[in-house]
Design a protein around this ligand. Structure first.
Ligand SMILES: C[S@@+](CC[C@H](N)C(=O)[O-])C[C@H]1O[C@@H](n2cnc3c(N)ncnc32)[C@H](O)[C@@H]1O
Length: 373
């Protein structure tokens, strides 16, 4: 079996586990910093990189060892046969993450590893490979937990939330991977209509559209680091891509709405960039005036928290009015709401079907699912 390690945003573990099960991963296990899984296919990471909407990075573990001092660490790095993973004409980067008393600064750990890699080449050839932190040919990672170290390689070389559709805006957008997690946790079938009614830049609606049409933007972006690796199997990768393209279908109707016409314009532009052009509808109104066009569907709401935008009492009043409005106009719908304030969610007096803890950036949030009868 081949092992893979996936990093993620805090609170998306459950959603990523469900996604990995669907992708056919085996022996899925949570760890404090991510999720491990296994597969009989050593190139399973092609599938993971193409199809995971929730993971941030996918790592192939290369070496694991224990150390008791900084010198030990350097010696272990020097011993690795780096020629198997890097050549002098390739650039590299290192991301470090340490929870250890041997190294207490990520940056210093990364520097020490860089020295070990460069010296490995320099002792024999008097040349060293160059570091490129932005677009490296090989993106290595070092994780240190107490005395235990893992050297791995990041297969994509960039964070997978960078789908490429989002325009810069000063809204408070959800990270694409977090939006995909909320959709997965809402247990949506991808067929019922989807309503992003406080859409801001449209991340939830766009992720829903991609999920519903089984499209994966990163495949279209074609930018993964592993595409340049010498062991890369073009034929095998193309087979996977062809299957992905074959399975693509028309998305269900996605409804976007926001009280701000400016935000709806941003959402429209982002949809175009994501090539989400069919079966989408845009409205500008307060959610309290919004009536759905269908009898059922999924609504996901990401109202202002009052921490980054909006003001506390106004938001509490909005939740109180929202309860009445949903009760009268959204019977037959599932409504999922993310908020950093438990007391706001409690203003929605429906009994939650499920509640999850999830982080939006550094903000600890609750995500509640309500079925409106
Ligand atoms: C936290 S932002 C949503 C961010 C969005 N999920 C994204 O990824 O860009 C909250 C949004 O709610 C909108 N909003 C606030 N009050 C509203 C109301 N009464 N009706 C509809 N939208 C409202 C704001 O204009 C803002 O765009």
């Amino acid at each position: 079996m081949n092992r893979f390690f996936l990093s993620l945003s805090r609170g998306t573990e459950r959603a990523l586990t469900l996604e990995l099960q669907e992708l056919g991963a085996k022996n899925i296990k949570e760890s404090p910093s991510g999720i491990w899984c296994e597969h009989e296919d050593p190139n399973f990471y092609y599938v993971l990189a193409l199809k995971s909407r929730i993971a941030l990075h996918i790592y192939l573990p290369l070496y694991e060892f224990e150390i008791s001092s900084q010198d030990d660490f350097y010696d272990e790095i020097l011993k690795i046969d780096w020629d198997k993973h890097l050549s002098l004409d390739e650039t590299f980067s290192i991301t470090a993450n340490c929870k250890s008393s041997v190294f207490t600064h990520n940056h210093y750990l990364a520097l020490k590893m860089k020295d070990g890699i460069c010296d490995h080449f320099f002792y024999r050839t008097k040349k060293r490979p160059d570091v490129d932190t932005k677009t490296p040919d090989k993106a290595f990672a070092i994780t240190m937990n107490k005395n235990r170290c893992m050297v791995s390689i990041d297969v994509s070389g960039f964070s997978l939330h960078k789908r490429g559709y989002r325009l810069d805006s000063n809204l408070a957008p959800l990270m694409e991977t977090v939006a995909a997690s909320l959709i997965r946790l809402s247990e949506w079938d991808g067929e019922k209509p989807f309503y992003d009614l406080m859409c801001g830049s449209g991340t939830l609606g766009i992720e829903a559209g991609l999920y519903s049409s089984k499209r994966y933007l990163l495949q279209e972006k074609n930018d993964f680091s592993f595409l340049k690796w010498t062991q890369f199997s073009n034929d095998y990768y193309n087979q996977i891509v062809s299957k992905v393209v074959e399975e693509t279908k028309e998305n269900t109707t996605i409804y976007f709405n926001d009280i701000s016409s400016k935000n709806v314009e941003v959402a429209k532009k982002n949809c175009r960039r994501a090539k989400l052009v069919n079966n989408i509808k845009f409205d500008v109104s307060s959610i309290l005036d919004y009536k759905p066009e269908t009898d059922s569907g999924l609504v996901i709401l990401n109202p202002p928290y009052g921490e980054r935008m909006g003001d506390e009492t106004k938001i509490q009043k909005l939740y109180q009015a929202l309860y009445e409005h949903l009760k009268q106009n959204f019977k037959g719908f599932r409504v999922s709401v993310i908020s950093s304030k438990e007391e706001h969610l409690q203003e929605l007096k429906f009994k939650p079907t499920k509640i999850y803890n999830i982080f939006n950036g550094n903000i600890k949030c609750r995500f509640a699912l309500f079925d409106i009868y």
